[in-house]
Design a protein around this ligand. Structure first.
Ligand code: HEC
Ligand code: HEC
Length: 279
């Protein structure tokens, strides 16, 4: 009976250690990370509605000098080389942007990109002369050509929102902008994202992507206004490419634990058998 008690106590200790040690270690190593802010509450909440046809006209007048919309066969007037010479970063294609970022972020961003992104040197000029109504038209045009959020993968979103600055070497994704221009623009070459999912915790990535200044005050990574779903897909993608076997490993861990429990039970039964013969 005494042996059984000892066995139970050891089992409980093992289980507590197994379940408890990882969160504890994380907490000790990284401290607590504030929750992500996908609501961008510092920007006024707005419903964006409008007419896609009017939006397309306005888009061509105000945006197509720098941005393409490949989904609708619109190419930017400025070619990539000229754009990176002028802005030190290639302006992104906007085919899916309306499904990727929050509408009220978009509204504030178009008027004043520097304050919406919290990056004073953000390269796109603000268009404060556009009315809310006109921005509503442009948004509804972009919405009408965008793939719905459910159809976008983490990789698609990464391509549209991150790869003008970041490379992902192990996936053979090269930043669209030449690093030497990025270095001029941002004061450093943005880090490669191949192993970021392993280097940083998910909680950290969520808070950083939704508001880079909270984690790295003064950083030149802009706030991008991603919807929660977009950010979560990108993070899952980064996690997966950094450590594609993580899930299998976790499953294996449980099997090993089960195996040890069975083994302990058998050893105990065996011991009892030997002792009962001796008595
Ligand atoms: C003179 C060139 C120029 C014009 C005109 C321009 N943009 Fe941009 N835009 C840029 C550049 C450059 C970037 C990328 C800057 C960066 O990432 O640092 C950008 C980025 C963006 C982004 C990405 C923001 C994010 O959160 O990822 C959106 C959305 C956008 N522009 C929308 C528009 C819309 C809508 C218009 C027209 C109303 C417009 N832009 C007009 C140069 C321009
Ligand atoms: C306009 C360029 C630009 C864009 C677009 C951009 N980043 Fe960054 N990113 C940077 C820069 C610059 C840094 C380096 C920040 C620093 O060290 O201050 C950075 C750093 C990072 C880091 C490392 C953070 C750390 O603590 O070291 C991660 C993760 C990251 N970016 C993810 C993303 C993701 C995901 C996207 C797309 C959703 C994205 N970035 C879009 C410029 C950009």
């Amino acid at each position: 009976m005494k042996d059984l008690k000892i066995l139970a106590i050891i089992s409980i200790l093992v289980i507590i250690t197994y379940i408890g040690i990882e969160p504890f270690a994380k907490h000790e190593m990284h401290g607590t990370v504030p929750p992500p802010d996908y609501n961008y509450l510092d920007l006024p909440k707005k419903e964006l509605t409008g007419n896609p046809e009017q939006g397309k006209v306005l888009f061509k007048q105000n945006c197509a000098s720098c941005h393409s919309v490949q989904a609708d066969g619109i190419s930017a007037t400025m070619d990539k080389q000229t754009a990176q010479l002028s802005f030190k970063v290639v302006p992104p294609d906007l085919s899916n942007i309306a499904s990727i970022i929050e509408p009220h972020f978009f509204a504030a961003f178009v008027k004043d990109p520097q304050s919406a992104t919290k990056f004073p040197k953000f390269a796109m000029p603000g268009m404060s002369y556009l009315t809310d109504e006109q921005i509503g038209h442009i948004y509804s045009y972009l919405k009408s050509v965008a793939k719905p959020q459910e159809k976008l993968t983490g990789k698609d979103i990464l391509h549209d929102a991150c790869t003008r600055c970041h490379s992902v070497k192990y996936q053979k994704i090269k930043a669209q902008t030449d690093p030497k221009y990025l270095n001029d623009y941002l004061g450093k070459v943005p880090p490669d994202l191949s192993l970021m999912g392993k280097a940083k915790e998910e909680e950290y990535l969520a808070t950083f992507i939704s508001n880079p200044q909270v984690m790295l005050p003064g950083t030149s990574m802009p706030r991008l206004g991603l919807k929660q779903e977009s950010a979560e897909k990108v993070i899952a993608y980064l996690d997966n490419i950094a450590d594609p076997h993580k899930e299998e490993r976790n499953k294996l861990g449980l099997w090993v634990l089960g195996y040890l429990v069975v083994l302990a039970g058998l050893t105990y039964a065996w011991k009892r058998k030997i002792w009962s013969n001796l008595h």
